[in-house]
Ligand binder design. Structure first.
Ligand SMILES: NC(=O)C1=CN([C@@H]2O[C@H](COP(=O)(O)OP(=O)(O)OC[C@H]3O[C@@H](n4cnc5c(N)ncnc54)[C@H](OP(=O)(O)O)[C@@H]3O)[C@@H](O)[C@H]2O)C=CC1
Ligand SMILES: O=C(CO)[C@H](O)[C@H](O)COP(=O)(O)O
Length: 467
């Protein structure tokens, strides 16, 4: 069989099918492999007229790729990635490149890279974001792994990625599992922003009684201003979508139980391991868990009653909510980026946060106008410990913090849960407190367990017999 294809894709589901068509659109010939005949045939039909082919034969797939082979996997994370690797391995040659484009856990990527490099096969973990449309027409791509291997696939990734002012939303991020790690934190931020938007929805729907049409107008307007972002854009659209199975808007018929596949939880768990606080992401994960307790929540509502309306000038309150959401967006990115800073040191990724912000400006789920300001902050100060220490950011935050306090108090007094907004505010208040009450915690620890403490006025480790 002649070696004719530039690129191979394993897994022709939501992401793989769209990504390979995107590759073919950019003039690279590509072959896709899936165990499901219907999917490989569908690719064949959908790709008609393009240099793309679908197959269920791994032998045909491998033997028709140009050497050294470039093969991307977009199969479910975990066992399926290992299964595909084991399946293909006997057919591969030294120097071939395998790329895992799924949401794989970063330690799995480290293990696979080591295993494959011992066999002479390059392996990269690459985060891909943008959902099905992004994969088809321009995702944000977060590559990590051996830098020389990146050179093999760089032209294809640059061609297929989203562009912002002509700048591709892809760049080599760092060694080992850097790509999958950055994608994991991207998803953690995604969870945080989604939870925050849902809290503003609750405040405006249950608190202010806004209709779906009014909610659409509010989010559509916000999307033309400083909150411009993909998640606000799709939120505006959601409120105009009719229910096709009953009357009314679809959003009102959807069960209020948010599912999750785990990347947000991994972000929180790893942040805890690294000792880097991401309370907004923690809270977003917690709220998905709480949403799952639907039956208990319905029972509890009967015992305790529910929310009361927020009274006041609706237009002014909506304006305050916009300010609070902008505040919370900044804080959420700040938390995720601070986690990346710590992780980069701990895992020796060598991340440049300006680059991360740059490639997140287009294509991905967390793309937002704000990311250009964030990029500029890290361009000015590459080793910025936290976005909140940037002076331009400080001016923005100071301008909206009073409204944020007001909005959190609306939630508290009306009984509308705003845990992520409150977490943003508390994180901010704690981060800007030169002195926290943690001295008391140290005293208590020393009191009951002789755990010792340090002093403000002199060096050393101290212990007191408190009683
Ligand atoms: N959906 C999204 O918006 C995004 C998903 N991702 C990540 O991308 C990865 C893929 O996701 P997605 O496309 O949504 O998943 P899908 O389930 O839609 O597609 C996965 C495909 O892989 C196929 N597959 C599984 N095992 C094998 C195998 N051994 N050989 C060949 N094909 C195989 C599946 O076939 P079959 O169904 O027959 O088993 C299926 O067609 C995941 O890691 C996901 O987390 C990343 C960004 C966004
Ligand atoms: O990676 C993605 C986008 O970038 C996925 O869409 C995301 O993983 C969805 O996650 P969950 O199902 O946990 O909400």
């Amino acid at each position: 069989m002649s070696q004719q294809y530039d690129f191979g894709m394993v897994g022709l589901g939501v992401m793989g099918r769209n990504f390979i068509l995107n590759v073919a659109d950019h003039g690279f010939s590509a072959i896709g492999l899936d165990t499901d005949t219907a999917k490989s045939t569908a690719l064949h039909q959908e790709g008609s007229g393009k240099p793309v082919k679908g197959t269920t034969s791994k032998q045909e797939f491998v033997s028709s790729l140009k050497s050294p082979r470039t093969i991307m996997l977009l199969v479910p994370a975990g066992g399926p990635v290992d299964a595909v690797i084991e399946d293909l391995l006997p057919l591969l040659d030294k120097g071939d490149l395998l790329i895992d484009g799924g949401n794989s856990f970063y330690t799995d990527t480290n293990r696979r890279e080591k295993y494959l490099s011992e066999k002479g096969i390059h392996f990269m973990g690459i985060g891909v974001s943008g959902g099905s449309k992004g994969a088809r027409f321009g995702p944000s791509i977060m590559p990590g792994g051996p830098k020389d291997a990146y050179g093999i696939v760089q032209p294809i990734l640059e061609a297929v990625s989203a562009k912002v002012n002509g700048d591709p939303c892809v760049a080599y991020l760092g060694s080992g599992s850097a790509g999958n790690y950055v994608k994991m934190v991207h998803n953690g931020i995604e969870y945080g922003l989604m939870q925050l938007i849902s809290e503003t929805y609750d405040l405006m729907k249950r608190g202010l009684g806004l209709t779906n049409e009014e909610l659409h107008e509010v989010y559509a307007r916000w999307n033309t201003q400083r909150l411009q972002s993909f998640l606000i854009e799709i939120t505006a659209s959601i409120f105009t979508t009719d229910d096709t199975l009953a009357s009314g808007k679809l959003v009102d018929a959807i069960l209020d139980r948010a599912k999750q596949k785990g990347t947000g939880k991994w972000t929180s768990q790893n942040a805890m391991d690294l000792g880097t606080p991401v309370p907004t992401i923690d809270m977003a994960v917690t709220m998905r868990e709480l949403s799952a307790l639907k039956e208990e929540r319905v029972q509890a509502e009967k015992l305790y009653g529910t929310t009361s309306a927020i009274s006041g000038d609706k237009k002014a309150i909506v304006d305050q909510i916009e300010q609070a959401l902008y505040f919370a967006y900044i804080i959420t990115y700040a938390q995720g980026l601070a986690q990346l800073t710590t992780a980069s040191e701990e895992y020796k990724y060598g991340l440049e946060l300006e680059t991360v912000a740059r490639i997140w400006r287009g294509g991905c789920i967390i793309r937002a106008g704000l990311l250009e300001h964030i990029r500029q902050a890290y361009s000015k100060t590459p080793d910025l410990a936290n976005l909140l220490l940037d002076e331009t950011t400080a001016k923005e935050v100071n301008a909206v913090q009073a409204a944020t306090r007001q909005v959190v108090s609306y939630g508290v007094t009306s009984g509308i849960p705003v845990p992520a907004l409150a977490a943003c505010l508390s994180y901010f208040d704690a981060y800007r407190s030169g002195r926290l009450p943690s001295n008391l915690i140290q005293a208590q620890r020393d009191f009951f367990g002789s755990h010792t403490y340090e002093r403000l006025d002199r060096e050393g480790i101290f212990h007191t017999e408190w009683e």
